[in-house]
Write a protein that binds this ligand. Structure first.
Ligand SMILES: [Zn+2]
Length: 266
């Protein structure tokens, strides 16, 4: 007689909420092999159904509390890249991060000849209305925007909006070229540019006079993060040394900083 009579087992890691849709599809195919191709929205809606069935009931009390007022403590500026998931890499939840995502996690400089107010508008609202005191710029390895900059923009020349947007990354490229060759760690050029870009975008934030004033008065903390995709490790910028170091497992005083109780993580 066949059939699985073993006791209930823990779901494999691919069943976890943070796993990509493709991992779930391997376990629960969306269509029979001979059936017509599922519409493109099928995985999205399957994901929503899974959310409604599993996570929504758990977060509902928190959402009900937050429904009429958000009180995020962090502004998180990062790339649009699908592999960067801010809430996963910071173990944060609804209401924690005020997020701005754009191609290359760029921050247009004050008075830039290529006008763009989207990032500045987010920063203005975050700091002046929401009272946020910490701004993070988070870059990542193998960033397509940085690769395009490194290639001189040739591969995106047929994309006028993207080409214009990437002008906001020019200072990063200049800084990278000035640092080459010989200086710095033994890393591939793209990795170095991805990291230098984080440093430069933090500096770009400070070209906005009101923000610099706030920073110099001690009312603002700037944080640089770099996500190494291959190892899934987050590195933090030491702005004085100009280097990135892995975020240590424990806070300097041994406490799990910011997480008041380990049980809250379960
Ligand atoms: Zn990117």
């Amino acid at each position: 007689m066949s059939g699985d009579t073993s006791p209930a087992r823990k779901p494999p890691p691919s069943a976890r909420w943070w796993a990509p849709w493709a991992n779930r599809r391997r376990r629960h195919p969306l269509r029979e092999p001979d059936a017509p191709e599922a519409p493109g929205s099928a995985p999205l809606l399957a994901g929503v159904r899974e959310y409604h069935g599993s996570t929504a009931p758990l977060v509902r009390p928190i959402m009900a509390e937050l429904a009429f007022e958000q009180r995020p403590e962090h502004l998180f500026i990062t790339c649009v890249d699908s592999r960067v998931v801010p809430n996963i890499i910071t173990a944060s939840g609804p209401g924690d991060l005020f997020i701005n995502r754009n191609v290359g996690n760029l921050v247009p400089r004050h008075g830039s000849p290529t006008p763009d107010d989207s990032v500045a508008a987010t920063v203005e609202y975050a700091v002046n209305v929401l009272g946020i005191r910490t701004i993070t710029v988070c870059g990542h390895s193998n960033c397509g925007a940085m690769a395009a900059l490194l290639a001189g923009g040739r591969e995106v020349r047929h994309l006028p909006s993207l080409t214009r947007w990437l002008r906001h990354g020019r200072d990063s490229l200049v800084r990278f070229l000035e640092a080459e060759p010989g200086a710095g760690p033994d890393e591939p050029p793209l990795t170095r540019l991805c990291k230098i870009n984080v440093m430069q975008q933090l500096d770009n934030l400070l070209t906005h006079p009101w923000l610099r004033e706030r920073f110099e008065a001690g009312g603002l903390e700037l944080v640089g993060l770099y996500l190494d995709l291959e190892t899934a490790q987050v590195h933090m910028l030491d702005r004085t040394a100009g280097t990135f170091v892995p975020v240590p497992d424990e806070a300097p005083d041994g406490s799990p900083d910011g997480v008041p109780d380990g049980r809250a993580l379960t």
